[in-house]
Design a protein around this ligand. Structure first.
Ligand SMILES: Nc1ncnc2c1ncn2[C@@H]1O[C@H](COP(=O)(O)OP(=O)(O)OP(=O)(O)O)[C@@H](O)[C@H]1O
Ligand SMILES: [Mg+2]
Length: 363
């Protein structure tokens, strides 16, 4: 178990830069999720930690040791990557047992650990089969098994449960988290699924286009996103953004949203007045917006754009001109597409970003 750092790490592929000046200190025993959309540089970052990818510049540090030149086998890591690379001619048992055999662990201990991991991963009935006789999700779990039978310094996971069905994925999230907590092995876990990151990680590193956007606890990222990009990437259903402008003088400042005047609570008013930004992107999460077919005080006139049943409630998307805003409503909401409706939210629950660069307005 060890702390892991990226210090000013760059990865330049010549025609594209995959990772730009990455700085991140991961604590000993911490579970960190690298979260971002496809192509943002998550796997490249992980592969650099593993030693599978040469770094263009910067340092990767394990504990107090720079490991830039250390080959993968000497880094004491266990990894599960997108292509699980199982040994095709070995049984599932032997695939999982392989790292233990190499470490010269006793046969009885190997059997115990393999069976324990296989049970946890629900593949204990498949141990005599070979990889080509398994489904994609079963192969993926075999690869996880092979990683978790060892207790290395660092676990590196790259979308390890992406191929599992929703129910098994939910169970694996909880099992992997539980296991990591008990073992205390420093873990870096790549995913493009914000729910996976929010539910499992101690801290999340949100990346976009090779650049680390924000590094913080799930709560910090959800409640205080540093820019409008992070705000809309994290949280499902997605936050809506509305273009608004400041209006009124200090003391009675308000927001103008296409002619609708939105009054401000004291904290929002002083924050926005102090910042003095004329054009804003204002965010609202669906569970903080409400929609009704009856006009209510302060509501914004809109039109029902779509209505999706989520189970316990419905997600209603409304249109105000070209802007769409999502709101959660009770299943009793009966508005049809195209029907007039009224949108309401309270300024205490809004997120404020500078329309020019998307950066959050300082508190
Ligand atoms: N060997 C390579 N040569 C050139 N460019 C590469 C190479 N590997 C990756 N890239 C580029 O680097 C960028 C980051 O790739 P990376 O695999 O790290 O993305 P990712 O965040 O893991 O995406 P995904 O979620 O799709 O797996 C991409 O634009 C990709 O095309
Ligand atoms: Mg990847």
């Amino acid at each position: 178990m060890v702390a892991v750092s990226f210090n000013n790490v760059w990865k330049d592929y010549g025609d594209s830069v995959a990772v730009r000046d990455l700085n991140m200190n991961i604590k000993d025993g911490e579970f960190v999720s690298l979260l971002g959309p496809s192509g943002c540089g998550k796997s490249t970052s992980l592969r650099m930690l593993a030693g599978l990818e040469h770094i263009t510049s910067g340092e990767i540090v394990f504990g107090d040791k720079v490991v830039n030149q250390l080959p993968p086998k000497d880094r004491d890591i266990a990894m599960v990557f997108e292509n699980y690379a199982l040994y095709p001619h070995k049984t599932i048992f032997d695939n999982i047992a392989n790292p233990l055999k190499r470490a010269k662990i006793s046969p009885s201990e190997i059997t115990r650990r393999v069976n324990e991991a296989a049970k946890l991963l629900e593949i204990d009935h498949l141990l005599e089969r070979r990889p080509q006789e398994l489904s994609g999700g079963q192969k993926q779990r075999t690869a996880i098994g092979r990683a978790i039978v060892r207790q290395p310094q660092v676990y590196l996971f790259d979308e390890p449960i992406a191929h599992l069905d929703a129910k098994l994925r939910a169970r694996m999230r909880s099992e992997l988290k539980h296991m990591q907590f008990n073992l205390g092995v420093t873990t870096i876990y790549v995913t493009h699924d914000q729910l996976e990151a929010l539910t499992m990680a101690d801290r999340i590193a949100v990346m976009n286009d090779g650049v680390l956007q924000q590094f913080g606890t799930p709560q910090e990222i959800y409640e205080n996103p540093v820019n409008s990009w992070v705000a809309t990437f994290v949280g499902e259903p997605q936050m809506s953004l509305m273009e608004m402008s400041m209006t009124g003088e200090k003391g009675d400042a308000a927001l103008d949203f296409f002619g609708n005047i939105i009054s401000l609570d004291a904290a929002s008013s002083s924050r926005l007045t102090k910042a003095g930004i004329a054009d804003l992107l204002v965010g609202v999460r669906p569970d903080k917006a409400s929609v009704s077919l009856q006009e209510t005080p302060g509501a914004i006139k809109a039109e029902v754009y779509s209505r999706q049943l989520l189970g316990a409630d419905v997600l209603v998307e409304v249109a105000i001109g070209k802007t769409r805003v999502r709101a959660k409503a009770d299943t009793s909401f009966m508005g049809n597409v195209g029907e007039p409706c009224y949108l309401n939210f309270s300024s205490e629950n809004l997120y404020y970003f500078n329309a020019e660069d998307g950066k959050v307005v300082e508190r």
